[in-house]
Design a protein around this ligand. Structure first.
Ligand code: SAM
Length: 270
């Protein structure tokens, strides 16, 4: 009977199944077990917990999640990965279920920690969907997601700099977002052009009287013309400039100087 400890090295799995990295699928694989174990520790103890992994590929991160004791449901688009993932499922004693498909069309199972090392465009699209949903708190317990470092910095950015924007407000107005670890480009096979970082997000309490849709409309307008004064950038959002004035926020300020809580307060008045 096979076991996780008896699995062949990932390099061998990749060679045996002909998993040459596909650029179109954004494939940059992680093979270093210690690094993968560190990523699997980011969500906290996983023994007996349910994890939804997006894009398991050859299964490096999946192995780490299974070593941590998780039950894993994974969705993968690349059919070539299904055979090695089936072997991994067997070695895990059935703790891994694999769904073949596009993560953009699959709902995460309720109560899961979501963990993913995804291509940039898919990762951001999923993040926006998972953070923008109603009702709140969401069905997922936490997000542990690898991004290009520049995107990770935008997610956790505080007011006052260029990194602060829509993504920061979306990730922070009713969630806690932190940069958990940086990952050097050389850790990936093949190495991408830029550095990466893992972001960890846990849901918090939604402020009363504000909907995600209103806040999104406000931040889209404010940061859509981020070099302009709010008086100009918010001119097309009915009631927004009056709300700023009523709250004593100078409409001559620019979007990047407003705290997340300021955006929430303005959205409440719209
Ligand atoms: N998790 C593996 C690792 O860390 O080595 C693979 C990471 S690789 C950056 C991204 C993985 O996501 C690939 O296996 C790719 O086939 C898969 N993928 C890309 N787009 C996807 C999508 N829309 N839905 C599901 N999986 C996708």
């Amino acid at each position: 009977m096979s076991s996780l400890a008896g699995l062949p090295p990932l390099r061998e799995v990749i060679a045996r199944h002909g998993l040459s990295a596909s650029k179109a699928l954004g494939q940059n694989f992680l093979l270093d077990e210690q690094l993968l174990d560190r990523i699997a520790r980011v969500p906290g103890p996983l023994d007996g917990a349910l994890v939804y992994e997006v894009g398991p590929g050859p299964g490096g991160l999946t192995r780490a999640l299974l070593r941590a004791g998780a039950r894993v449901t994974a969705v993968e688009r690349d059919r070539r990965c299904l055979a090695p993932l089936a072997e991994l499922s067997e070695a895990s004693g059935g703790r891994l279920d694999v769904i073949e498909g596009d993560a953009l069309e699959v709902e995460p199972p309720a109560g899961a920690h979501i963990v993913a090392n995804l291509p940039y465009n898919v990762g951001t699209a999923l993040l926006v969907r998972w953070l923008g949903g109603e009702p709140w708190p969401p069905a997922w317990r936490s997000l542990t997601l690898m991004f290009q470092q520049e995107v990770a910095e935008r997610i956790v950015a505080k007011p006052g700099g260029d990194a602060y924007g829509r993504l920061s407000v979306l990730a922070q107005w009713r969630s806690e977002a932190r940069l958990a670890m940086k990952v050097h480009r050389s850790a990936f096979v093949p190495p991408p052009k830029v550095m990466s970082a893992v972001v960890h997000i846990t849901p918090g309490t939604q402020p009363e009287g504000v909907s995600a849709a209103t806040l999104e409309r406000l931040t889209a307008a404010a940061f859509g013309q981020r070099r302009k004064m709010l008086r100009r950038s918010l001119a097309g959002v009915p009631g927004a400039v009056e709300a700023l004035e009523n709250l004593g926020i100078d409409p001559e300020r620019r979007a990047e100087t407003l705290a997340v809580a300021d955006f929430v307060t303005v959205a409440r008045l719209l």
